[in-house]
Ligand binder design. Structure first.
Ligand SMILES: Nc1nc2c(ncn2[C@@H]2O[C@H](COP(=O)(O)OP(=O)(O)OP(=O)(O)O)[C@@H](O)[C@H]2O)c(=O)[nH]1
Ligand SMILES: [Mg+2]
Ligand SMILES: [Zn+2]
Length: 307
């Protein structure tokens, strides 16, 4: 049982407390004041970053974060993975921000590729050896923000943590040559206090990244598709064949490229998504949020020069 207890940061330092409920890094807990420390209550989570573990169970990677920093390393770029992690970010209730890591290894094509493909998310680039972009990440974290780093093994997450903390707080590892598969250096999630403000949670690069997200989070990752989907005749339109489908209409009139629709469909199919049927209030709030975002992007799209 991995929730026999957890480490709790208190004003008297870090202590171990027993817990009957599973806790996640970032949780706020009440612990009993006398006797053996016990977790008596876990505060309701403002946000939670989840995935499905290889056994199919929903696993909370981090709780109460404001930002999900999706790392995309220049030496092993996978746009598909970046998009999945952005969807996880939107689904969590936090804001995803993409970090092109190892920017010193980019000839400019990766940053351009990310900017072209990803709409409605902030994209920063960082390079640890020359300390480039660190101040931008520091600015994101201020004043009291908590961010979690996601990304494949070897992406440079722990290296970034150390650079921001200006000390060796997190263990980093050499990437194996040849296949560029990183060693799994970080084995547990850790919360670090950043001296310039904010908190940063490091995670191990997860090989299996099944999503456990709402399909609205996929639409949020494709705000251009979402902006047209608002006008589909059927609420549960799959945008594959339905009459009155505004998305297919947009493809027909060259307002949306067929490649965009196809990569959206691919991400959706990749998904092991869950509907928020257990929480209709949260679902309604999310819908309103996505609608606002997709309207913003629609405007941005329409204002942009068409080729
Ligand atoms: N060129 C270059 N190499 C980097 C940069 N950041 C990290 N690296 C190297 O990439 C390798 C992996 O870095 P880590 O920080 O351990 O990667 P990680 O994302 O924490 O990996 P896991 O803990 O396995 O998930 C190390 O050899 C680092 O020295 C960078 O900005 N530029
Ligand atoms: Mg690491
Ligand atoms: Zn449709």
């Amino acid at each position: 049982m991995d929730y026999a207890g957890c480490m709790v940061a208190t004003d008297q330092g870090s202590i171990f407390a027993r817990s009957k409920e599973p806790t996640a890094v970032g949780d706020w807990v009440h612990i009993s004041a006398d006797g053996e420390p016990n977790v008596e209550h876990i505060a309701e989570r403002r946000t939670q970053v989840t995935r499905r573990d290889p056994e199919g169970r929903v696993q909370v990677l981090a709780a109460n974060v404001d930002l999900v920093l999706v790392t995309a390393p220049a030496d092993r770029m996978s746009l598909a993975r970046v998009e999945r992690e952005i969807a996880i970010g939107w689904d969590s209730g936090a804001e995803p921000v993409v970090l092109l890591t190892k920017a010193d290894l980019d000839d400019g094509s990766h940053i351009t590729g990310l900017r072209e493909r990803l709409l409605g998310v902030r994209i920063l680039s960082v390079s640890a050896p020359d300390s480039d972009g660190l101040d931008d990440v520091r600015a994101l974290l201020q004043p009291e923000h908590t961010a979690v780093l996601l990304g494949p093994s070897g992406a440079g997450k722990s290296t970034l943590v150390n650079a921001l903390l200006e000390r060796e707080a997190a263990e980093t590892g050499e990437v194996r040559g040849g296949d560029h598969r990183g060693r799994h250096t970080t084995t547990s999630r850790e919360l670090h206090v950043v001296p310039s403000g904010g908190y940063l949670i490091d995670t191990p690069g997860l090989r299996s990244l099944s999503l456990a997200v709402d399909e609205d989070a996929v639409l949020a990752t494709y705000p251009d598709v979402a902006s047209f989907a608002d006008d589909c005749k059927f609420r549960d339109c799959t945008h594959e064949h339905e009459p009155g489908c505004a998305v297919l209409q947009a493809v027909a009139t060259n307002d949306l490229s067929p490649e965009r629709l196809m990569s959206y469909q691919r991400l959706l199919k990749d998904l092991d998504y869950v509907r928020r049927r257990d929480d209709p209030v949260a679902a309604a709030a999310n819908k309103a949020l996505w609608r606002q975002r997709s309207m913003d992007v629609k405007r941005m799209y329409r204002d942009r020069d068409k080729p």
